[in-house]
Design a binder for this molecule. Sequence first.
Ligand code: KG4
Ligand code: ZN
Length: 333
Amino acid sequence: MMVLGLETSCDETSAAVVADGRRTLSNIIHSQLVHQRYGGVVPELAGREHIRRIVPIMEEALGEAGKTLADIEGFAATFGPGLVGALLVGLSFAKVLAWGTGRPFYAVNHLEGHIAANLLAHEEIGDHFLTLLVSGGHTMLIKVEGFGNYTVLGRSVDDASGEAFDKVAKILGLGYPGGAEIDRLARQGNPAYIRFPRAIPDPARLDFSFSGLKTAVALYVKNHPPEEIHEHLADIAASFQEAAVDSLCDKTAIALRRTNLPALALSGGVAANSRLRAKLQEICDRLGVGFMYPPSELCTDNAAMIAAAGAIHLMRGERTPFDVNAVPYQKLY
Ligand code: KG4
Ligand code: ZN
């Protein structure tokens, strides 16, 4: 089934064509630059930029896939979670396209989209696996027992992991979003330069916490002379990253041991982090479980993962009524 997917939940305007929920024919992603000067996403500007870009980006996605609207057999768009004014653009447009062409429509949960990114990248993924979903808005350990059957085992009790990367990047005077920048800078730094705290909210649970780590970095920067911070920027970035990655890895290892699942699938924007990938690979090798993650362009927000998730539901005969609304705080079922 040929599905056109749209993703506009935050500051990426994206359209993609995916065949049978598995093959990406095109995946056009426009990352809005308008927010950079504000150091964070401005919701109203995001919505306006989506409106300006959605039609040309959809046309580009069709063109690159070598398809026309007549070839599309189903439409999918994110309905939540995300910024309401941003979500409404892609959601309304997908509804219009489905209604106008008489083709079926499915409204996709953005979090399920991130899980589906691994289905696009790994044919061999199987039905049962553990997902560590790490993004700008979420940090979750999810037991997957077939597509659509999820049990949330743990989550962040405060900041999301990507949010911590972005806030620390801001404290260190790096650009926005800062996750990739910290990753790049940390490669030249010493991860053992400072031992920042690894929070364990409740040792018996699989939850995470990142706000204390962020505050520890802020206090460190405040209590040291600017020249020293400047000279050791890469060391501080590497030390922060090491603490964040250790927290994620510790709970993931416990979850893998507890659940006995055969594989770990990493997803979400922070899944692009090179240190996180390397450390999780070591853990999975040691435990003898499979490890997969999507290529970086499928880790951060993109429409291919939304089209893939939508396609699986549509191929099962599931349809979303046109009166569905955008849901900013939508949970993963
Ligand atoms: O999944 P995503 O594109 O958007 C949400 O659904 O939130 O994730 C964006 C997050 C941002 O916080 C960004 O800083 C982070 O992913 N990110 C990274 C890296 N690339 C993106 N964090 C750490 N290392 C990276 N290489
Ligand atoms: Zn996302």
